[in-house]
Structures are given as C-alpha cells and as structure tokens.
Design a protein around this ligand. Structure first.
Ligand code: AMP
Ligand code: MG
Length: 381
C-alpha cells in the first residue's frame, strides 16, 4: 500500500491557486501564507479583576495591625476586569481585599510587583509568527485571528475533486430502481467525505460499464469540469465488465499502480491522464472508502497545500481480541480515549450501514490473533 501511495504522491504537487476569504469563511481552509501578529494582544497592560491599580512598593509592610492607606486617584486607580492599568502602576489589588475610608483605600496585606497584572502582548506579540503557511485553520484558531483584527486571509484554493461512480447497475437518488439496480452509495459517500476534508467535491452522474463512456466522463471531468483530481469507483477488478483499465488505455493514461496488498479494496488502481491523477477504487462502498482514506486523502492534503505524505496514524489499544489475519486489513472501528473496537455491525466490504458512527480505521497488518490491550495502528477518520 505504501508503494502505491508513493507512486501517486510522486505525481502530486500543491495547487498554486489561492484566494482571499473573510474570517468567517476561514475554518477548514489552508493558509497560503503565514499569519504574522500585527499587534500586541492585549494591546495594553490590563487588569484581570475589579479592584485598584497601584504601586506594589507602596504596600510594603501592610498588615491588619499596620494597614496601609492609599489616596484614590493619586496612588490607587479604580480598575475593572480588562481595563488598562495606567503607566507607572505595577499591580492590582482585588476590591474585596480593601476597605474604603473617604478618599482612601485601606490594605491589610502587601502586594508584589506585577501581581494581578496582565502584560501588553502577553497573549500574542506583534511580529510573532502565529500560523505558518499550510496550516489548516479550524475554529480553535478563530479567536486568535479575530483578536488580531484579521478581516481576510489568503488561503489555498480548495482542490476540485471529481467523483465518478461507474457501474451499469447504478441509479441516482430519486430514480426508480430497475430489477438488478442499486442506488449509487459511493458518490454521495465520497463527496460528503471530501467536503469534510475541505475539498470541493464535484459529484458526477454515474456512468455504465462502458470503457469509451467512462473515458469520455474522465476527459470531461478534467476539461469541462476543471477537476484537479478524480476519484472513480467500480470496474477495477478483472471481470468482463471491469472497464476502468481499458478506459485508462483509451485515454493514453499511464498506470501508477494496479492492485494493493490490502483488504478490502485490493483491486484499486491509479493512473494519470496528462499528469492529472485518477484514483480508481473498487465498487464496494467500504472498500472505496478505506482505500480513499489510506491513499487518496494524503494525496489530496498535499494538493490542498497541507503536506502530509503519509496518512495520519495513531496507536491505540484493542478493547477486544482481534482474530488472526493472513492479509493486511483496514477495519472500520470506533475509538474512545485510548482504546479501539471494531464496529459492531457487518464488516463485508459491500456493507455500508455499519460505517455510520465510525471514527477510525484499524490498519491491521497480517499476523496472529491480537489479545485485548494490544497496540494497533489506527487511521482517524
Ligand atoms: P465492482 O468494483 O464494480 O466490481 O463492484 C463491486 C460491488 O460494488 C458490486 O456489488 C457493485 O454493485 C457494488 N457497487 C459498485 N459501485 C457502487 C456504488 N457506486 N454504490 C454502491 N455499490 C456499488
Ligand atoms: Mg461493477
């Protein structure tokens, strides 16, 4: 699988298109240039609480027996949470820790310099590199960007990713199912996944198992639809109706790989048509999704300007025993904290219902049964 990924990766470089988006449209987008702090935040020294700003040196020795009195305005300035601390004052006493006596406040304990004092630039310093180019912004970045007064950002264009389901049995939603027909599950599944990953999915109508028709659709996807990358499903194995290899030939495509040592999805193939990449996945919905995650997603991340040459993986512990396997398998699963459990439903590659609610794939290498608690490699979804 890694060799196939490497061959596909060799073809991929980040898109050079970029655009300006408003801050509210930025979550999910990849920065085309770094964000540098343009101002100190907070922009002035400020108080973290309601009380009085003063000079710590004037409170030395304060105690219940020897209270210190400071003149309001002259020596102690009333401040509320977030208000500026006047220049020359170096700490803030909580209102509750003082007593008013006419124009004075009375303190019964000393303060130290910079106590209850928020420094200018304590959060972000003007000139600091906040987010490098290639960062995929998410909502957690929004507070910092907004606090900097950022209105617009330069982000990489979203890759336009065509999704073409092939198979004479496929019907689109809304159409009546003829005998032997099934609804196209892969198109909507992959399009939804692409949207979540920050891509621009272009869902093409399903096409029958006809090499020339498929070749026509692939050509149109790259020309009329200006796709940067194309996913196809179905028709990649060795059956009489498996027309993808022939379509690739008709397009004079060069095959990057055909066949992966993983289940499900082993018949997958990738080829390029005039340097534009096509990843052809098998038709069974879970097979298509699993190989997309392992091979397609890292390639699209690079295209999107967010380099990640390998699928992101983590190591988690099995909640239950995993039976022996003579082949490498991608297993739909649910992780909670440090543990991972295969989805409770059916695991056949044609079964798609049990994918609902999964949040990861276990990448299980061939080997003997694994006991509960064994660490396994996991691709988060
Ligand atoms: P194939 O890879 O074309 O041999 O298809 C393998 C299995 O997946 C067959 O049972 C197909 O009917 C089914 N299949 C192919 N494409 C889709 C699709 N877009 N949605 C749901 N099932 C599909
Ligand atoms: Mg088929």
């Amino acid at each position: 699988m890694e060799a196939g990924l490497a061959r596909l990766m060799a073809l991929i470089s980040p898109l050079s298109r970029w655009e300006q988006v408003s801050l509210s449209a930025a979550p999910g987008r990849v920065l085309a240039e770094p964000v540098i702090a343009r101002l100190d935040t907070p922009p002035f020294p400020r108080s973290p609480l309601d009380g009085y700003a003063l000079r710590a040196a004037e409170t030395v020795g304060a105690s219940p027996g020897q209270p210190v009195r400071l003149a309001l305005a002259g020596q102690a300035v009333p401040v509320s949470t977030g208000s500026p601390i006047p220049v020359g004052l170096d700490c803030v006493v909580k209102a509750e820790d003082t007593r008013r006596e006419g124009g004075m406040i009375v303190l019964t304990a000393p303060l130290s310099p910079w106590q209850n004092y928020i420094f200018q630039g304590e959060d972000m310093r003007a000139g600091a590199a906040l987010f490098p180019a290639g960062t995929r912004l998410d909502w957690t970045c929004m507070g910092a960007l907004a606090a900097q007064g950022v209105e617009t950002l330069s982000v990489c264009a979203r890759p336009r990713v065509g999704v073409l389901s092939t198979g004479g049995e496929l019907a689109s939603p809304g159409a009546a199912l003829p005998p032997g027909g099934i609804y196209d599950a892969n198109g909507p599944l992959l399009a939804a996944r692409l949207a979540v990953l920050g891509m621009e999915p272009i869902l093409l109508p399903p096409v029958s198992d006809d090499a020339a028709a498929i070749a026509g659709c692939i050509h149109a996807a790259f020309t009329e639809m200006a796709c940067d990358f194309l996913l196809t499903t179905g028709g990649v194995s060795v059956g009489a109706e498996d027309s993808l290899p022939q379509a690739a030939e008709l397009l004079k495509g060069s095959v990057l790989f055909h066949g992966l040592a993983v289940r499900p999805g082993s018949p997958a193939m990738a080829f390029s048509v005039e340097a534009r990449p096509v990843l052809s996945l098998s038709g069974n919905p879970f097979a298509a999704l699993a190989v997309f995650e392992a091979i397609g997603r890292p390639a699209l991340d690079v295209l999107a300007g967010q380099p990640s040459p390998q699928p992101r993986r983590i190591f988690l512990r099995l909640a239950d025993r995993l039976p022996a396997s003579s082949v490498r398998r991608l297993i739909r699963a649910v992780s909670v904290g440090e543990t991972v459990t295969p989805a409770p439903g059916g695991h056949a590659s044609g079964q798609v219902y049990s994918l609902a609610g999964c949040n990861c794939l276990i990448d299980r290498l061939p080997g003997p049964a694994l006991p509960p608690g064994a660490p396994v490699s996991v691709l988060p979804l």
